[in-house]
Design a protein around this ligand. Structure first.
Ligand SMILES: Nc1nc2c(ncn2[C@@H]2O[C@H](COP(=O)(O)OP(=O)(O)OP(=O)(O)O)[C@@H](O)[C@H]2O)c(=O)[nH]1
Ligand SMILES: [Zn+2]
Ligand SMILES: [Zn+2]
Length: 226
C-alpha cells in the first residue's frame, strides 16, 4: 500500500495527510528544479505501468546520443538493481533507488540521488520512475518534463482509465508498435482518449527494440533542451 493511498485512514484525516505529504514533496521538488535549472541540466521523468519499455528505451536513447551529450540516470524500482545495471552497461552513471513498499519516487529521494550522481552542467538527467500508472502522477520530482510511456499490449483505453497520469504528462510515447499486427489496439482512438484528458499532450509512436520512431524522440529531446 502506498503512503498516498492510506486506505486505513478515515476520509478527512486522509486528505490532511495527503496534503502534508504533497506539500513536503513540492518543497524538495523545488530545490531539485532550482539546482537543475541553475546548471542547465535537462531532466525527464519517465512514467508508465510496469514493463512498457522504459529501461529499453533509455538504453537505446543513450546509445543513440552516443557520448556527445553527458547523461546520468536515476532508476526507481521497489526492489533489485537490475535496471541500473542495464543502464551502466551502456557506459553512463546510474543510481538505483529502491522504494521497498513505496510505489513512486519522491522529491527527497531524487534530491539524494542527484547529490550522489552530481550530473554535470548542460547534461541530461533521466529519471525512470517506479512502474505504476497511478501514484507517480502526483509527485513532482523537479523534472522539466514528464513522459508517459504506454505500450500497445496494455490496451487502447488506458488514457481514460488512468487520466491523472496522462493529464500530468507533457509527452506520451506509444511503444512496442512492432507488435501492432498481433494485438487488438486502436491507435487513433487511443490518441483521441489521451487528447481528451490532456489537449496539450504531445504524442509519438515508437518501437524501442526495432528503432522505429527513435529519430522523432531524439528530435523532441533536442527541441525541449533548448
Ligand atoms: N516487442 C517489443 N518489446 C519491447 C519493446 N520495448 C521493450 N520491450 C520488451 O518489454 C519488456 C519490458 O521492457 P523494460 O524496458 O524492462 O520495461 P520497463 O518499463 O523498464 O519495466 P519496469 O522497470 O519493470 O517498469 C522487455 O522484455 C523488453 O524487451 C518494443 O518496442 N517492442
Ligand atoms: Zn500508491
Ligand atoms: Zn525498467
Amino acid at each position: 500500500m502506498c503512503s498516498v493511498c492510506g486506505c486505513h485512514n478515515e476520509q478527512s484525516r486522509l486528505i490532511s495527510i495527503e496534503q502534508d505529504i504533497l506539500s513536503k514533496n513540492n518543497r524538495y521538488a523545488t530545490i531539485n528544479r532550482d539546482y537543475l535549472n541553475e546548471r542547465n541540466i535537462f531532466c525527464l521523468n519517465l512514467v508508465s505501468s510496469p514493463g512498457s519499455g522504459k529501461t529499453t528505451l533509455l538504453c537505446e536513447t543513450i546509445k543513440a546520443l552516443g557520448h556527445e551529450t553527458p547523461i546520468t540516470v536515476i532508476e526507481g524500482d521497489q526492489q533489485t538493481s537490475f535496471d541500473a545495471e542495464r543502464i551502466r552497461k551502456t557506459g553512463v552513471k546510474a543510481v538505483q533507488i529502491n522504494t521497498g513498499k513505496g510505489c513512486h519516487l519522491d522529491g527527497q529521494m531524487v534530491g539524494r540521488a542527484i547529490d550522489e550522481l552530481k550530473p554535470e552542467s548542460h547534461s541530461i538527467l533521466f529519471i525512470e520512475n517506479v512502474g505504476n500508472l497511478i501514484c507517480p502522477a502526483a509527485f513532482d520530482l523537479g523534472e522539466a518534463k514528464k513522459v508517459v510511456i504506454l505500450s500497445v499490449t496494455e490496451g487502447t483505453d488506458k488514457p481514460l482509465k488512468y487520466p491523472d497520469m496522462f493529464h500530468a504528462a507533457d509527452l506520451m510515447i506509444l511503444n512496442k508498435t512492432d507488435l501492432l499486427p498481433y494485438v487488438d489496439f486502436d491507435i487513433e482512438l487511443c490518441f483521441q482518449y489521451a487528447l481528451q484528458v490532456n489537449p496539450d499532450i504531445q504524442i509519438l509512436t515508437l518501437s524501442a527494440t526495432r528503432g522505429d520512431g527513435m529519430k522523432s524522440w531524439l528530435n523532441w529531446i533536442e527541441q525541449h533542451r533548448e
